[in-house]
Design a protein around this ligand. Structure first.
Ligand SMILES: *Cc1c(COP(=O)(O)O)cnc(C)c1O
Length: 356
């Protein structure tokens, strides 16, 4: 089965076999070495220095990392501005609401471009914003948000920037230094090609030391994890087999040329699909210049419901992904993540052609 959904992804044999490594107790030195190695490998993806940044490993899906980031970094007297243009931006606001964090939102229609003028206007009228949270790649629609522009505004105004990079980390540019990113949340099982079960936050160490008195949650407190992981320990049992898989996936990615090579590979696959579907009259929701290379959304072919189209493709070995909310009836999504090749995508196009 070829998974064209945005994670979990098709695994390489190397990564799958890593799941079979020896049993391990999370209080033994071998675990400690494995954990430290992954933390270092994650920083290496974007060449971050370990005295300035920490990779904090959590057992959970991408949402656990988002929740840990938001709850652990916005202080009690802080105010969070959430930019929304899809499901995941709205999820950040939901987290803030549940934990009673003081927040405000800048809302857009799903798929809409971030309105920089509206952002500036909002910041001019609310001068107490301390943190801004934004999704890098809005997987809802495939839109790659213009993080660089938002980041520049945060830097001018001394606002801490929190990024949901769950579906971009490892495949799109994330310039931590130039964009002044305070933290970003991501997961093992999307562009890094690992197994679901491990998520992480990359966080600036000075941001973490400044807030280690906030504790809104026991299980998702970043300062607690970071402190213990720096000492080679862990506060709670981690998902050890998925750690094995992530270490292997990161090694494999590095050997293949790192995030830039992955970006180039995804670009090739995404263009193949976009051009191939275009020739069949299947139009994308967003133009390619606004889309990530990780996922694109397309209008369903004439006369097909999502379920019918999905089921016919699945019968031929391809899993596509539905739209969410109001888009559920009109679009389908195709991701380029995972151990898949141009030949897989060419066969996918042939199958689509035959079905329609
Ligand atoms: C997948 C995803 C998440 C997290 O989803 P989980 O199901 O918790 O892994 C968060 N943000 C974005 C942008 C995503 O694509």
């Amino acid at each position: 089965m070829i998974l064209l959904n945005p994670g979990p992804v098709n695994l390489s044999d190397r990564v799958r076999n890593a799941l079979l490594r020896p049993n391990l107790c999370h209080r033994e030195v071998e675990f400690s070495q494995l954990q430290s190695r992954i933390r270092e490998q994650l920083l290496q993806v974007y060449q971050l220095e370990s005295d300035r940044f920490a990779a904090v490993l959590l057992t959970g899906s991408g949402t656990a990392a988002m929740e840990a980031m938001v709850t652990s970094l916005v202080p009690q007297d802080g105010k969070l501005l959430v930019i929304e243009n899809g499901v995941y931006g709205e999820r950040i606001a939901k987290i803030a609401k549940i934990y009673r964090i003081n927040y405000t939102r800048l809302q857009h229609p799903w798929g809409g471009e971030i309105d920089i003028k509206a952002l500036l206007a909002l910041l001019n009228e609310t001068d107490d914003v301390t943190h801004l949270a934004v999704v890098h790649h809005e997987t809802t629609t495939g839109r790659l948000n213009n993080l660089a522009e938002v980041a520049a505004i945060c830097q001018q105004r001394n606002i801490q920037l929190l990024v949901d990079a769950v579906s971009s980390f490892g495949a799109e540019e994330i310039n931590f230094a130039d964009w002044g990113i305070t933290a970003c949340a991501a997961t093992a099982n999307k562009c890094l090609h690992g197994v679901p079960g491990t998520a992480f936050v990359i966080v600036r160490r000075d941001a973490l030391t400044a807030i280690d008195t906030i504790q809104r949650t026991l299980y998702l407190d970043l300062a607690t994890y970071c402190h213990q992981q720096d000492r080679g320990s862990t506060p709670f049992t981690q998902s050890i087999q998925t750690f094995y898989a992530l270490a292997e996936a990161l090694q494999e990615m590095e050997e293949a040329g790192g995030w830039r090579a992955r970006h180039a590979h995804y670009t090739q696959l995404a263009n193949l699909v976009r051009n191939g579907l275009g020739e069949m009259g299947i139009e994308p929701l967003l133009p390619s210049e606004n889309s990530s290379v990780v996922l694109s959304a397309y209008y369903l072919p004439d006369g097909f419901s999502y379920d019918e189209f999905h089921d016919k493709l699945k019968a031929q070995g391809y899993v596509i992904y539905s739209g969410q909310g109001d888009l559920a009836k009109s679009i389908f999504r195709v991701s380029t993540m995972g151990a898949i090749t141009a030949a897989d995508m060419e066969r996918f196009l042939a199958v689509v052609k035959q079905i329609i």
